[in-house]
Design a protein around this ligand. Sequence first.
Ligand SMILES: Nc1ncnc2c1ncn2[C@@H]1O[C@H](COP(=O)(O)OP(=O)(O)O)[C@@H](O)[C@H]1O
Ligand SMILES: [Mg+2]
Length: 302
Amino acid sequence: MQPRVISIINFKGGVGKTTTAVNLAAYLAAAGKRTLLVDMDPQTSATLHFWNENEYELIKRSGQTIAHLMYRAGKRKSFNIDQYVLALPESDEDARNALRANLRVIAGDQKMIKLDRALDSRVTLLDSILFPLRRQFDFIILDSPPVMYSVIRNNILASDYYLIPAVPDTISTQGIRHLLEILQSYFSTYERLIKDHRARLLGVVFTRFGGLNISLHKEMYARVQKEFADGAFVDCGVPAGSNFVFDVVIRERIDVARSQAARLPLNLYNPDGEVAVDYLRLTRAVVERMQSGFAMDPPSAR
Ligand SMILES: Nc1ncnc2c1ncn2[C@@H]1O[C@H](COP(=O)(O)OP(=O)(O)O)[C@@H](O)[C@H]1O
Ligand SMILES: [Mg+2]
């Protein structure tokens, strides 16, 4: 089974998960990779990055969302997966149409909140839903909600890799250990279920970097990089290595909010802007890491 599924994950909100999921997916698609973005967050912000409220209303009304898909799959009702894999809305803009060729989205749904309890006992439901799609796509990117543990657990147990966006402040960097510990507990509890694809850490990417806090941000970057290098997370199954913090940081720039309002990923909104360039570099670094097998190293002994 080809490793293709990447969770964008952090228990904290507001750290750039959705921005990273959307723009990573868009850059991969623009590079000609068949890419599927799955919006697992009931806040549906990844979905609303591409469809406006009215368009999204229609998608919901026709039941073409992740909540309907998981409900049917969970109840073992019949479903046609292709009905949930949506092409982007048609547009007059050439650039946007170019993305349509390779990017598909499974739309998010507020109703995921109602499934939270049910997913507690169906920890590999998403994994089984994505299984046939692994062959159709080069990459499948999962945007995660904050805090909803049952959804996050479904995401991570369906994934080959995970990427942690983090804001370079003290509280957020402390959260990295908490996150790695919980993921490690999932990996050990469900080891039997995921024997062929235990998700590997691609790395931490610092987002919303710079501005007035630049000196604090640089300090946090250096501290977290040193922690990884020193093997501070070996007990969480992450071997010692400074590479776990991406060289590229995502700068805090107004283009992010503007591109969301324009319902365009950054590579279409303003490809020459600084934050677009940051996401392009991140995408390259992610692909390089996957290709080099860096993230495939066996975890060191617990
Ligand atoms: N690099 C950035 N520069 C400026 N604003 C950003 C950046 N990344 C994210 N944001 C803003 O921060 C907020 C949270 O980002 P988001 O990607 O939705 O985080 P999460 O999915 O982790 O909650 C959004 O309002 C978004 O516009
Ligand atoms: Mg989000």
